[in-house]
Design a protein around this ligand. Structure first.
Ligand code: AMP
Ligand code: MG
Length: 407
């Protein structure tokens, strides 16, 4: 049976970034830029004042100087008058520096006086050449590369792209991910389960996980455990870049998913991985018109589904979206309590990671197994225990994967 690392390598071998498309700026958050972007302007486009104040000639004024105001320039206006000895221009933040002036004294260090059409001003602070002026192109010069291809676009990059006029840009599109859950026992979250029924928690969970990982999700709903219905839904799901199927991949009589997938032309890459929970996980691919479709069959137990999503699906979505490493972050932490692990496979145990004066500590939670989503909701990490029965002592360092959670 494949190890987790081997299985991840198989998945990544098949996961290639989608082809770049033109994308409106406001839809680009979280996407990866597909080409270098250069500035189409100098920024700032002119020497500008960074404060509200008075533009003056530094060498011509001493502290306490009194100057005649010859002009007032708001942001967006263009100065017409030249500042000469004995004069100053009232200037607002962001406005261009008038010719002649080489410094701005902030309004808080001045006092307005009567006299002349625009008044006079007394300076209350020292003035140095260049003070409070941001020079033309100080931030970036026209033609200069400001963002490299491959950069993931956060709100800051969105702002910078707007500044350089990229209302449309080339980016790797969000991959589309179809989610299909299977099981005769499943009812919707809005329904009360009857005898023998349970609510479908995996559908909403996996759809949300895929969306949080950067995908556009298509939910195919609940498929019943029969070949015809599953075959039809799988056909629908194969229109997306990736299909995630939940349930039906184990060894039961009604675990029809591997068979149905293969009948739909999906070639199996692996079935079963040496891990707990999540051993029955299935992965295959189908050649599409432009690229390969990736198909995951995740075990139906919610914790297994989530663990397999985090280990195998998340990195694949990251690759399709053109991002680098999107695997869970891994660290070492010391156990806060004794813990006996008796899995026959490497075990990913729901746990709480805390930081105590910079020391990472981890508490494996009392967990009832792969159907216990309630305990997983208390966890912020997965504690990794090697296979075999072993008593771990409080204080021992173990490997931990941090789950992407707010806390
Ligand atoms: P399966 O992988 O289909 O054999 O399902 C394994 C276990 O997970 C069974 O107890 C199922 O009832 C449960 N299960 C399957 N699908 C879901 C789902 N979408 N939501 C919650 N539990 C599920
Ligand atoms: Mg089932």
């Amino acid at each position: 049976m494949l190890s987790v690392d081997e299985a991840v390598q198989h998945v990544l071998k098949h996961a290639r970034a989608g082809a770049a498309v033109m994308c409106p700026l406001r839809e680009a958050l979280g996407l990866v830029l597909a080409e270098d972007v250069a500035a189409d302007i100098d920024s700032p486009p002119y020497d500008k004042s960074v404060v509200d104040g008075y533009a003056v000639i530094a060498a011509e004024v001493a502290e306490q100087a009194e100057l005649t105001v010859i002009e007032e320039i708001a942001a967006g206006a263009i100065p017409l008058e030249r500042v000469v000895a004995g004069t100053a221009t009232r200037i607002m933040t962001g406005a261009p520096i008038p010719s002649g002036a080489d410094a701005v004294i902030m309004v808080e260090q001045t006092e307005s006086l009567e006299g002349g059409p625009l008044g006079r001003v007394r300076l209350d602070g020292a003035v140095k050449a260049g003070q409070n002026i941001m020079r033309r192109a100080a931030s970036m010069a026209r033609g200069q590369k400001v963002l490299p291809a491959g950069r993931m676009l956060s709100p800051i990059e969105i702002g910078l792209l707007a500044e350089v006029g990229q209302a449309q840009l080339r980016a790797i599109p969000r991959p589309t991910v179809a989610v299909l859950v299977t099981g005769n026992e499943l009812v919707k979250a809005s329904q009360s389960p009857g005898p023998g029924q349970i609510r479908n928690s995996n559908g909403p969970m996996l759809a949300a996980a895929a969306e949080a990982a950067g995908a556009t999700v298509v939910e195919l709903g609940i498929g019943r455990d029969n070949r015809a219905e599953l075959g039809e839904l799988v056909g629908e799901g194969l229109k997306a870049d990736m299909l995630i199927v939940s349930g039906g991949v184990s060894a039961g009589r009604y675990d029809l998913v591997p068979e149905v997938l293969q009948q739909s032309g999906v070639r199996q890459v692996f079935h079963k991985v040496h891990l707990k929970p999540g051993k029955p996980v299935w992965f295959g691919t189908k050649a599409g018109a432009a690229d390969e479709k990736l198909v995951f069959g995740l075990p139906g137990n919610p914790v297994s589904s989530l663990v397999c999503f985090e280990l195998f699906v998340r990195p694949a979505i990251g690759r399709l979206a053109g991002r680098g490493d999107t695997a869970l972050s891994e660290l070492e932490a010391r156990l806060t309590i004794d813990h006996v692990s008796r899995g026959d496979r490497p075990t990913y145990h729901p746990a709480r990671l805390t930081s105590d004066h910079g020391q990472q500590r981890v508490e494996p939670l009392r967990w009832q197994g792969s159907g216990d989503l309630r305990t997983l909701a208390e966890a912020n990490s997965l504690a990794c225990f090697p296979p075999g029965e072993r008593a771990f002592r409080a204080g021992e360092a173990i490997r931990v994967l941090r789950l992407p959670r707010a806390d």
